[in-house]
Design a protein around this ligand. Structure first.
Ligand code: ZN
Length: 349
């Protein structure tokens, strides 16, 4: 099969479009013929070797994807050849107390597809049968591939951990990122007022169209000062954080009394200084969040389903651009330069 692989760690230029062995499956697996894959920052972390060196080489990156079931293992009953599915990207043991209590993302062996196993930048991928979800009626393969990782992450952060409720004010950082574009929509779905940030006015126009109420251009203004102005110095109930470094530090200064900050990553710097006085004097809670459970994947998918009636969909995948699989290196550079608004998709066949 054709695949994108890297044989060493480095920048985007090490990605090779080449022939790779088609995976073989075990009794509990499915073989998915991929139609589309979507990019995540995790792909870059895997490729660069900066955060994770324990990756077998050569390696196929990619956590998000959609396609058609090509083969099923001998014990698989719930999916059949020909089913159109998207990938639920968290892989776990399936047997431990965490896995059996809808908290599989806390399993000791939990990992994201494409970080240890070969991923979705390929014509085929092997998956446990528990890791596929039917594509709702009316979604294209490209749209389906753009959903899983970011919507699962944003749902777990806002709904499960921070427990957003109507009338609360949520600061969503990075409207143009995949997870930011999902966070805005989920916060609005639950009746919150959304303040969001982006590095250009073009991106802010698109954020407004997704439902954001207040817009901050962080290149032109200090986001913390703007949040204080917008909220009359009160601050926000929830900060949706995935940038890290200075953004995390400053975010604590705008969390209102009793508010929460929830973080799922650090695309800039994973070190920062924290002024602990904010946390105790304002009764703040900080949640660390990584992916979400398979159960939550089913929860969030309900809002993409409208039995073909697109107007009734409550959430929608946001696609920035579609690249052919062979141009995955250009697609990753596009993301690394933060030129995207929403998801970058690879079209595979
Ligand atoms: Zn487990």
């Amino acid at each position: 099969m054709k695949a994108i692989r890297f044989h060493e760690f480095g920048d985007a230029h090490i990605l090779r479009y080449e022939e790779a062995p088609t995976p073989t499956i075990g009794p509990n697996d499915v073989l998915l013929q991929l139609k589309a894959a979507a990019l995540n920052h995790l792909d870059v972390f895997a490729r660069s070797g900066a955060r994770e060196k324990n990756i077998p080489l050569p390696h196929i990156p990619g956590s998000d994807g959609s396609g058609v079931i090509a083969e099923v293992g001998s014990t698989v009953e719930l999916v059949r050849r020909g089913d159109k599915v998207l990938i639920s990207p968290g892989i776990s043991c399936g047997n431990c107390p965490e896995c059996l209590s809808k908290r599989d993302n806390l399993c000791r062996s939990y990992r994201v597809l494409g970080t240890k196993e070969d991923g979705t930048y390929a014509e085929y991928v092997r998956l446990p049968s528990a890791n596929v979800v039917p594509i709702p009626e009316g979604l294209t393969f490209e749209e389906a591939a753009a959903i899983p990782l970011v919507f699962l992450t944003a749902w777990h952060m806002l709904v499960t951990l921070a427990k957003v409720h109507p009338g609360e004010i949520v600061l969503v950082h990075g409207a143009g990122s995949g997870v930011g574009s999902a966070g805005i929509q989920i916060a609005k779905l639950f009746g919150a007022r959304v303040i969001t940030t982006a590095g250009s006015n073009d991106k802010l126009v698109k954020a407004k169209a997704l439902g954001a109420d207040e817009l901050i251009n962080y290149q032109e203004n200090d986001f913390a000062e703007e949040v204080k102005r917008i909220t009359g110095k009160r601050g926000v109930d929830i900060v949706f954080e995935h940038i890290g470094g200075e953004v995390f530090r400053k975010s604590l200064t705008v969390v209102a009394k009793g508010g929460r900050l929830v973080t799922c990553g650090s695309t800039t710097d994973f070190n920062t200084n924290i002024d602990l006085r904010y946390i105790y004097s304002r009764h703040q809670t900080i949640y660390g969040s990584w992916m979400g459970s398979k159960n939550e994947m089913f929860d969030v998918m309900k809002f993409f389903s409208a039995e073909g009636d697109v107007a009734r969909r409550r959430l929608r995948p946001v696609i920035d651009s579609v690249f052919p699989l062979a141009q995955a290196a250009n697609a990753q550079l596009w993301m690394e330069e933060r030129r995207n608004f929403g998801k970058i998709v690879l079209k595979i066949s």
